[in-house]
Design a protein around this ligand. Structure first.
Ligand code: ATP
Ligand code: MG
Length: 314
């Protein structure tokens, strides 16, 4: 049985080759890349040699085959990815502007991914995990997907499984009030939260990322890992605030770095490493991923991350 389980949207992604920054003019897209935050997360955990599973839904089409093949080949437990006969696999188009901002168009809610429902959250499967990772994207995917996450949450609480939350809800999709509302039940039970600065402020109303992360700790979260892009990350606990310096790399394509950071961080916790090593390991995994194209394709392997952090741990 897998140690780490997450739920949510497997999808294939198409990336604008010309960085138009808008979808209103002709461009060229490369893809399909296997993607979706929970799928990236599960793949990252597996490549870092901790057992993982994704609970989700794909369509009965070749995009679904592509996703299942990739996840299976990387060692992710796909036994709880359902194939929905009457739906097509979720898709996303992404365009970056030269300034680095990005836009997405998703086809998820009415695709196979959005059909995730409480019946997919199998108690027998989830109860022996060590960590249940819940992502804002899965909470905001559809009503039934949100209910699936809440059911998994209940199972985790019942069996004493650690709960982690990445509140990666896109503010274009939901209002701040709605984001707070859907994350609240998870936040109340979370051991670990892994937000970006903006997400932390959105969740708490804190005026700075630092204030927001301290508010999360005051609310009872045991650990916060604040993701700060090229600046690295900062770990908050009740006892301390631990800034973790970034690795200097050339950023090619950042999508997925946050999900890969989540996976690496949880791998570190499961391996019971000291916090500083957990943070460095996660920073290194995130840094390696931005030097490569393709969300899942860019997930680093254990040896690569170990090699990069060895330069800092001498
Ligand atoms: P996303 O939602 O796009 O996946 P995020 O905002 O959740 O991203 P980031 O902070 O962008 O997450 O990236 C996660 C981690 O990866 C950072 O905390 C950092 O450790 C590492 N990282 C990301 N970008 C860079 C970079 N340009 N240089 C070095 N490290 C980086
Ligand atoms: Mg993120």
């Amino acid at each position: 049985m897998p140690d780490v389980i997450t739920l949510g949207e497997p999808l294939v992604e198409f990336i604008d080759k010309h960085k138009r920054g808008a979808f209103t003019e002709l461009s060229e897209f490369i893809g399909p890349f296997p993607s979706g935050a929970p799928a990236i997360f599960a793949d990252a955990v597996a490549r870092l040699k901790v057992s993982s599973a994704l609970i989700g839904v794909v369509g009965k089409d070749e995009f679904g085959t592509l996703l299942l093949d990739r996840l299976r080949n990387d060692g992710v437990d796909i036994s709880h990815i359902r194939i929905a006969e009457n739906y097509t696999t979720g898709t996303a188009f992404v365009t970056y502007s030269p300034s680095g901002s990005r836009k997405f168009i998703f086809h998820l809610r009415h695709a196979a991914a959005g059909q995730l429902s409480p019946r997919d959250a199998d108690e027998e499967f989830i109860k022996s995990a060590k960590v249940l990772h819940i992502m804002g994207s899965a909470l905001s995917l559809s009503q039934s997907s949100k209910e699936a996450c809440y059911k998994a949450l209940e199972i985790a609480v019942e069996y004493g499984i650690k709960i982690s939350l990445d509140p990666n809800v896109r503010p274009e999709l939901l209002s701040v009030e709605e984001i707070r509302r859907i994350c609240k039940p998870v936040l109340e039970k979370a051991y670990l939260v892994l937000p970006s600065g903006e997400e932390a402020m959105m969740l708490t109303g804190g005026k700075s990322p630092d204030e927001a992360c301290r508010m999360l700790i005051d609310m009872g979260v045991k650990m916060v890992a604040l993701k700060r892009g090229a600046e690295g990350s900062t770990i908050y606990t009740e006892e301390k605030v631990l800034p973790i310096p970034a690795f200097k790399v050339e950023e090619i394509e950042p999508t997925g770095a946050g999900d890969i950071y989540d996976g690496a961080f949880i791998v570190g916790l499961i391996n019971e490493w000291p916090l500083n090593r957990v943070g460095l390991f996660a920073n290194a995994a995130g840094a390696i991923s931005v030097t490569r194209v393709g969300p899942i394709d860019s997930c680093p392997y254990l040896e690569e991350v170990e090699k990069l952090i060895s330069t800092r741990l001498l």
